[in-house]
Design a protein around this ligand. Structure first.
Ligand SMILES: *[C@@H]1O[C@H](CO)[C@@H](O)[C@H](O)[C@H]1NC(C)=O
Ligand SMILES: *[C@@H]1O[C@H](CO)[C@@H](O)[C@H](O)[C@H]1NC(C)=O
Ligand SMILES: *[C@@H]1O[C@H](CO)[C@@H](O)[C@H](O)[C@H]1NC(C)=O
Length: 354
């Protein structure tokens, strides 16, 4: 019962610690629903049926996932999978591309590998579902909610209680700005202007979500995109120019979140800094500059190749994406940031303590 009343509070994330102590983390989630917008860090299968090089529904992806390859860009769970578990969701949030057999009232995952805030981002790899399209898909789901809940008003009230997770923007750098052979943006914009352009677009998207009932939102800034195994393999060390560009975007994103909190006083927007997470995690892994699997073009894992065995010692699974061990740290840190009294479960304490 205590858990149920939590959903009435402005931002239930802040109150789950008490609930955790009462062990109701299992079986009852802290909010009724979770919607996920983003890129390959969160994708759970939306690209599987698209014509694109950016899909991973093959082995060795998913080697540590209960059902094998699913389209997740990791060996096991993504950080939002783990965060959802911590929040008490019993099932994974279904990908929009396949909600068959799932209760969409618990939320939907719209994230798509190679997708960006700008609609041309990543398209040299093939099709993807850019942020604008993800919002369109959310509209489709909202229409179904109205039917399921008996009207637009009821749907809107229900949508107010959901958590919205937005983690997008890295591809606008990795798969756009820093690929001048495919995209002209770096000739048109300075890093500062480009970040401003992305923030303008993202701000519009967030306002669309707010109009569609979103009141609790976690907005995740990019990590050091110049320190992926891909960047290190092609450049010899971290590409500081890319890290610097991502930091400009991240700092403007933080300001945007501050502005949104001032403007929409009945809503709560939380900024997460992935760069902080990266440097907190890197110390925990023996290998942080190379991938666990054998790569094609320093990017994705080669088909059917046997990956490293000691996956908990690797920060990166492939050329761009963290192992599920690294995702676990990110999720736990994210969870703890809203519940400082949170006690890490026994099975991850060895990852947390140095
Ligand atoms: C991409 O976005 C621009 C506006 O920034 C719009 O004019 C264009 O039609 C969009 N293209 C597609 C394919 O959606
Ligand atoms: C994010 O974290 C990095 C590393 O700790 C820091 O340099 C940067 O200023 C932070 N960005 C924001 C917007 O807080
Ligand atoms: C959780 O976060 C708080 C505040 O940042 C920190 O003091 C505490 O040590 C963290 N708890 C654990 C278990 O890491």
């Amino acid at each position: 019962m205590a858990c149920e009343t939590n959903t009435l509070l402005i931002f239930p994330l802040l109150f789950v610690a008490a609930c955790y102590m009462q062990q109701c983390v299992y079986g009852k989630s802290q909010m009724p629903c979770l919607f996920i917008f983003g890129d390959s860090l969160s994708d759970s299968g939306n690209n599987n049926n698209l014509v694109t090089l950016s899909k991973v529904n093959y082995k060795p992806y998913g080697i540590d996932f209960p059902t094998g390859p699913t389209g997740r860009f990791s060996n096991g769970l993504t950080s939002i999978d783990i965060l959802a578990q911590l929040l008490g969701f019993e099932d994974f949030i279904p990908p929009f591309a396949n909600t068959m057999g799932s209760n969409i009232l618990k939320g939907v995952n719209y994230a798509s590998g190679s997708a960006g805030i700008r609609n041309e981002t990543g398209k040299h790899l093939g099709a993807d579902i850019d942020l604008g399209f993800q919002l369109q898909n959310h509209k489709t789901i909202i229409a179904r909610f109205a039917i399921m809940l008996g009207g637009a008003q009821q749907a809107s009230q229900y949508l107010n209680e959901c958590l919205y997770y937005v983690n997008i923007g890295s591809n606008d750098y990795i798969n756009n700005y820093f690929l001048p052979q495919f995209y002209s943006t770096s000739r048109v914009y300075s890093p500062n202007q480009y970040a401003q352009d992305l923030i303008g677009r993202l701000s519009q998207s967030i306002k669309i979500l707010h109009n569609a009932g979103a009141r609790k939102m976690v907005i995740v800034g990019p990590g050091p995109i110049g320190c992926t195994p891909n960047a290190i393999a092609t450049h010899g060390s971290c590409i500081q120019e890319q890290n610097a560009a991502a930091l400009i975007f991240s700092s403007k994103l933080k300001s945007l979140v501050d502005r949104l909190n001032r403007k929409f006083t009945g809503s709560k927007f939380i900024f997460r800094n992935s760069t902080t997470d990266f440097y907190a995690s890197i110390k925990r892994f023996r290998v942080s500059n190379a991938a666990c699997c054998r790569l094609v073009l320093n990017s994705l894992c080669a088909l059917q190749q046997t990956p490293c065995e000691n996956r908990n010692e690797y920060m990166f699974w492939d050329g761009f994406h963290p192992t599920s061990a690294a995702n676990k740290l990110t999720a736990l840190r994210s969870y703890n940031s809203s519940n400082p009294d949170f006690v890490y479960p026994m099975n991850v304490q060895h990852l947390i303590q140095s």
